[in-house]
Design a binder for this molecule. Structure first.
Ligand code: NAD
Length: 684
């Protein structure tokens, strides 16, 4: 755990040994305490070097100890003892020194790092702060501004020469902290750890060391017991858990071998196809990009090159322009390993494209669709090898957004799923395998969420009120601002296709009832007026000009809502933030339980990661299913029942049977839900 040897007669060498990253487990900490003591008491030893085996200094705390009662020596006194040693102690850093690993190095008298070493304090990303002296020693070593940057963002940096450090302790300390605090509060969107980090560093800059340490301890204690730290730590593990996918037929990540993909094709170079092409090329794949419209092809070439050049500049590498060849002929994809179709969301068109692909591509080519909601299995049935077909549902902009839903149909092979999951990982995405149903997981849950927002407008709310409640909860954008950004016409087209919006809907039926359930035509009415959101300069808000992003309240919209309510005999009532959150979030969560019940998502972690990485759910609230478990399943059930009684014509508010079952089983913790789901399935 910590090997001791004496080298060159007088140097005590301590090597941390705990693969894979030499994490500071109880045994390693004990090893350090023992070997440091041994080195200090050996008169032949004049100096001590601490290093890590296998080219890694130390990755920090041992995650296996998270949430357990710590045993063994504590980190703070151990580091203090090293600092207090009467012989020089040097940290020899290779690979990485992260979290507690860097704090250990900071306790040493000197640090020598390999130029490729990565140093960082990522505690803030887990809802914590570096509490083994990290917030107190680092500002003393590298100055307040640089320490603030490292500690509040958790981002690692490469080893640097001391001469490159900014000068410590600026004269305008108060102004500096006020400015940083304002910025951190804004970007934290309600997360408390970054704010506590600033407070701790302020203590380092303004108080003596011992008082600073006290403050650090106190702040850490608050964070430690906060639900936010639990949520962020849950996300850390959930992100890893979703890569270990499984399918209801028993296929799994560890028994399914992906096939390597070197050459891919993208069909359709609109919004999505362009982003996907960029993401594939940046991953090092050769890409054939196909677009039938001549003008679109020219525009796409220019847009893709621009995105690649900007990305390359940021990362200091050469742009991967030569990885892409463009064509307007689909025959060009004959020899690729995998195709991603991204043409218009039109089943007839997509079926034709899949039939063409099946006859053009060489045998064994994986055929993927980027559809947002259409039936992947229906597309698979257009080909000779339905087992090679999966959905690869990217999110806009596809070269930026981290989420990828990999959608398997009943006939998709485990190898096709494994290949899409591995390709997603290579592209730097958080890939989540999900079953095939309209809207898959993310968009399926969004439907009841948006529906409730529309109903709230009918009942007396305004877009501003609903958005404010959701933004205070932590979403970067409320539902109406988001709808203006992505375009109201997208949903309108889907509703028309589903026979909900006129003219698809049969005439003569009440405006606010469709297919036997409550329906709000508000979005359709705005679209009929040409109010598609940002792109037309008007939607739920108004904008200075089409394409502008600054939303302003629109008096027209408010009087339109009043007129609408009067026309339908609706009396506006006062709606508070709590009702907005209850109805929007619990309707979404209820659908999440239905998705689990239907086996579309393998577990709550899959749903949560989809919402955190694809839909702006605040990470410090852990995702919708984790949030439900924190609120208490009994409470969620009671609120849904309450609202369903008040709105019996809204099926999305009817608590689903899995939620009933979980509450009846004593609301077990989230990691035990799978057992309840398994039992429910075995009884069906
Ligand atoms: P888009 O309208 O911007 O682009 C579609 C492109 O496909 C157009 O350039 C069109 O000329 C081209 N095309 C049409 N038929 C073709 C054919 N036979 N061969 C080659 N190219 C053809 O659409 P989009 O927003 O990029 O959406 C594409 C797909 O991605 C849809 O299925 C959509 O549901 C899905 N999607 C969209 C988003 C989004 O936010 N826009 C997000 C996720 C998924």
């Amino acid at each position: 755990m910590a090997k001791y040897s004496r080298v060159s007669e007088s140097v005590g060498l301590i090597t941390l040994q705990n693969p894979p990253v030499n994490a500071l487990s109880a045994a390693v900490r004990q090893g350090i305490v023992d070997t440091v003591e041994r080195a200090l008491s050996d008169p032949k030893v004049k100096s001590v070097v601490i290093c890590g085996q296998n080219g890694i200094f130390c990755g920090g705390a041992d995650i296996k100890e998270f949430g357990t009662n710590m045993s063994g020596p504590l980190l703070v006194p151990m580091i203090h003892a090293i600092e207090a040693a009467n012989k020089p102690v040097v940290a020899a850093i290779e690979g990485s020194a992260l979290g507690g690993g860097l704090e250990l190095a900071l306790g040493c008298h000197y640090r020598i790092a390999h130029s490729k070493a990565r140093l960082g304090l990522p505690e803030v990303t887990l809802g914590l702060l570096p509490a083994a002296g990290g917030t107190q020693r680092l500002p003393r070593l590298i100055g307040v501004p640089a320490a603030l940057d490292l500690i509040t963002t958790g981002k690692p940096l490469d080893a640097r020469r001391i001469s490159t450090y900014p000068c410590p302790r600026p004269s305008d300390l108060d102004a500096l902290f006020e400015g940083v605090m304002e910025k951190v509060r804004q970007s934290a969107r309600g997360a408390i750890a970054p704010v506590a980090c600033v407070q701790a560093v302020r203590a380092a800059a303004t108080q003596p060391y011992t008082q600073g340490m006290e403050r650090e301890k106190e702040l850490m204690a608050t964070l430690f017991t906060s639900g936010q730290a639990r949520a962020l730590q849950y996300c850390f593990f959930a992100q890893r858990a979703v890569s270990r996918w499984s399918m209801p037929n028993g296929a799994r990540w560890d028994t399914s071998k992906p096939r390597p993909v070197h050459k891919a094709a993208v069909i359709g170079l609109g919004t999505m196809g362009r982003g996907i092409t960029v993401a594939l090329a940046q991953t090092g794949l050769s890409v054939i990009a196909v677009e039938t419209q001549e003008k679109q092809l020219m525009d796409a070439k220019q847009a893709v090159s621009g995105m690649l050049e900007r990305g390359a500049r940021r990362r200091g590498v050469a742009p991967a322009l030569d990885k892409i060849s463009y064509s307007h002929d689909i025959q060009a994809v004959a020899d690729v390993d995998l195709v991603i179709e991204a043409v218009f969301e039109d089943m007839g068109l997509k079926k034709k494209v899949f039939q063409q692909l099946a006859s053009i591509c060489r045998p064994g080519t994986f055929l993927c669709t980027n559809t947002s909601a259409l039936d992947v299995d229906h597309l698979a049935s257009q080909t000779h090898n339905p087992e090679l077909v999966v959905g690869m549902h990217f999110f806009a902009p596809a070269h930026v957004m981290k989420l990828l839903e990999v959608v398997y149909g009943p006939r998709s092979s485990p190898q096709a799923v494994a290949t899409a999951m591995q390709l997603g990982k290579k592209m730097g995405k958080v890939s989540v395998a999900v079953g095939n149903c309209p809207g898959f997981v993310g968009n399926r849950m969004l439907k009841p969420y948006m529906e409730q927002a529309f109903f709230l407008l009918e009942e007396g709310a305004t877009p501003e009120l609903v958005d404010r409640a959701l933004e205070e909860f932590g979403f970067p954008m409320g539902v109406f601002r988001m709808s203006d950004l992505s375009g109201l016409d997208v949903g309108w087209r889907v509703r028309k296709g589903d026979g909900l919006a006129e003219p698809g809907a049969p005439s003569g039926q009440p405006a606010r009832i469709r297919q036997g359930r409550r329906y709000s035509p508000l979005g359709d009415l705005l679209c009929e007026q040409g109010r598609f959101g940002q792109k037309t300069g008007q939607g739920w808000y108004q904008y200075n000009k089409p394409g502008s992003q600054v939303a302003r309240s629109d008096p027209w919209l408010h009087s339109f809502l009043e007129g609408y309510r009067a026309q339908h005999g609706l009396v506006a009532r006062r709606i508070d933030n709590q009702e907005v959150l209850d109805r929007c979030l619990y309707a979404l969560i209820n659908e999440g339980f239905r998705i689990l019940e239907d086996g579309i998502a393998a577990g709550p972690e899959d749903i949560d990661m989809i919402y955190v990485f694809g839909y702006g759910w605040p990470r410090h609230r852990g995702g919708p299913m984790f949030y439900a478990s924190m609120v208490g399943l009994g409470k969620v059930l009671e609120r849904l029942e309450h609202y369903h009684q008040a709105h019996p014509d809204v099926p999305y508010l009817k608590p689903c049977s899995l939620l009933w079952r979980l509450v009846a089983s004593g609301s077990p913790p989230l990691h035990k839900w799978r057992e309840v789901i398994r039992k429910l399935h075995s009884q069906l």
